[in-house]
Design a protein around this ligand. Structure first.
Ligand code: SER
Length: 506
């Protein structure tokens, strides 16, 4: 059985043999693209090349890319941990052609790699092709279908709509029709009862998409029109964790050697075993998934904070801490203790983890401790609110209560919603938003400086609390570019102070 590491290496070797240049993963955190906070696809780092704004140094490249999908077009956070194949952070194996080969080679190499190199059973594979979209003036992708027909019987080639078979990076940016390869991992007796064809794109946990081949031909403009790209581009992305599941004969990504070592450490800490209790298993999956996201984000320069990308990371960390607290009895900081096993597994492929181990551990531990200080009181308050709401014959708590939990106890709204969902309840979002607006207005009135992040400076036993300079409005004569530069230097300075134990980021 191939290990995760061998699978990752074999992909790169295969495309190297097809004259691709192997490039390193770009950071998972994006600092210079206003349309994206995190890398959500392997193609992000090539966006400028695809749009023709920058020449390609190599016309064929391949890599394994750290990606994060939690918000925006590809939002999966709620599912993560509850099912067996969604993740926040995942690795995407990809190959690209910038104005070089196109559909024919992309399809035949994908087939060669899966069937001839990895020996996946071709009878379990299906390919989807874009059925066309009259309102966009786009016709069916007959060309891709004709190449698939060389490898697959016609009943394994399925038409797909714009939602599934027209890939777009976001609301704007490069896009084009795509062909997805799906695999049916069900046992023979189930396959005999229902054809895999009927389960493609039906959210079946064992009939899943593993590889997406995008034939980039357009740029989606802000007015939503499509403009042809200067050159045709191949952009493929294969879900590494799913591929490992298929090759290692598992029915859950979390049962592969990508996650099992981490899960074993979590189970040992909680004095339990994975696979014994449904709710505990969810908690362990959530934590195993989230520790990767948090560690890699910090490595790539995104500390948890109260704003934008930093708040996404904070929410993810708090989600994991709450699962550990409620279901696995973790009343003290525990996530940071998972760093050694994470590094053992991923440090070789992503050496930045090793280089920044101390910083990552410190940031996570402090962030956990800060949240744990208010978590228990917050949970008690929420329990009381739920009881009172139920006693009043209602199932919706007020937005004001949710806002108190957010503002005073650090409960991100989605965490409150999650706990409410576990209890069959909801929250009045409109009220919550109104409270948030009012608070913002109060803050605007109070000062020109946003007080989103708090930095605690530690000098021996003395603690100084200061509002963060990162969110400070700089004077008008500072251009946007130098503004970004200044903030970058400040950020680097804070990270250095942090690693010297002089700064704590709450
Ligand atoms: N951009 C496509 C995706 O993310 C293929 O890489 O699925």
């Amino acid at each position: 059985m191939l290990t995760a590491k061998e699978i990752r290496d074999s992909f790169k070797n295969f495309f190297e043999s097809k004259e691709h240049h192997i490039v390193p993963s770009a950071p998972m955190v994006i600092k210079d693209d206003p349309t994206l906070m995190f890398t959500n696809a392997g193609m992000n780092q090539f966006k400028d090349i695809i749009l023709g704004n920058r020449p390609a140094k190599y016309h064929r490249v391949a890599d394994s890319q750290k990606c994060l999908r939690v918000s925006g077009k590809h939002n999966d956070l709620e599912e993560v941990g509850h099912d067996t194949y969604h993740h926040t952070m995942f690795e995407m194996l990809g190959n690209w052609s910038f104005g070089d080969y196109f559909k024919k080679e992309a399809i035949s190499w994908a087939w060669e790699y899966l069937v001839e190199v990895l020996k996946l059973n071709p009878e379990h594979l299906y390919a989807t092709v874009f059925e066309g979209s009259p309102e966009e003036g786009l016709s069916r992708d007959d060309e891709a279908a004709s190449y698939w027909e060389q490898f697959l019987p016609k009943d394994h080639i399925i038409n797909g709509n714009k939602h599934d078979n027209f890939w777009e990076m976001g609301d704007t940016g490069p896009c084009g029709p795509c062909s997805e390869i799906h695999i049916d991992l069900r046992p023979a007796e189930e396959r005999a009862k229902i054809s895999g064809r009927d389960l493609v794109n039906q959210d079946h946990p064992q009939v899943i998409e593993i590889w997406n081949l995008v034939f980039m031909q357009y740029n989606r403009k802000a007015d939503s029109s499509l403009e042809p790209l200067p050159a045709k581009v191949i952009d493929t992305g294969m879900g590494f964790e799913r591929l490992c599941m298929a090759l290692q004969g598992k029915t859950s990504n979390y049962d592969t050697d990508v996650f099992q070592p981490i899960i074993k450490v979590i189970a040992a800490m909680a004095g339990t075993e994975y696979g014994k209790d449904k709710q505990n298993d969810i908690a362990m999956r959530v934590i195993a998934d989230h520790i990767r996201t948090i560690a890699f984000s910090i490595t790539d320069g995104q500390l948890p904070s109260n704003a934008k990308a930093g708040y996404v990371i904070r929410r993810i960390l708090r989600r994991a801490v709450r699962y550990g607290y409620t279901f696995l009895g973790q009343k003290q900081a525990f996530m940071y203790k998972l760093l050694p096993v994470l590094i053992e597994n991923m440090g070789e492929a992503y050496p930045e983890l090793i280089a920044q181990k101390d910083l990552i551990e410190k940031v996570i531990k402090e962030e956990e401790e800060a949240f744990l200080r208010t978590l228990e009181t917050g949970i008690r308050l929420l329990d009381k609110t739920m009881e009172e709401t139920k006693a009043a014959g209602k199932s919706e708590i007020s937005g004001k209560d949710a806002f108190t939990l957010y503002d005073t106890f650090g409960f991100p709204l989605d965490l409150t919603e999650l706990i409410l969902r576990e209890n069959g309840m909801t929250v009045n979002i409109k009220e919550f938003d109104a409270e948030m607006q009012q608070q913002k207005q109060r803050a605007r009135n109070a000062a020109a400086i946003e007080t989103g992040d708090w930095i605690t400076l530690k000098e021996g036993t003395t603690e100084f609390v200061a509002t963060t300079i990162l969110n400070m409005k700089l004077p008008f004569f500072v251009t946007a570019r130098s503004n970004r530069k200044i903030k970058l230097y400040i950020r680097l300075y804070l990270i250095t102070l942090h690693s010297m134990q002089k700064v704590v980021v709450r």
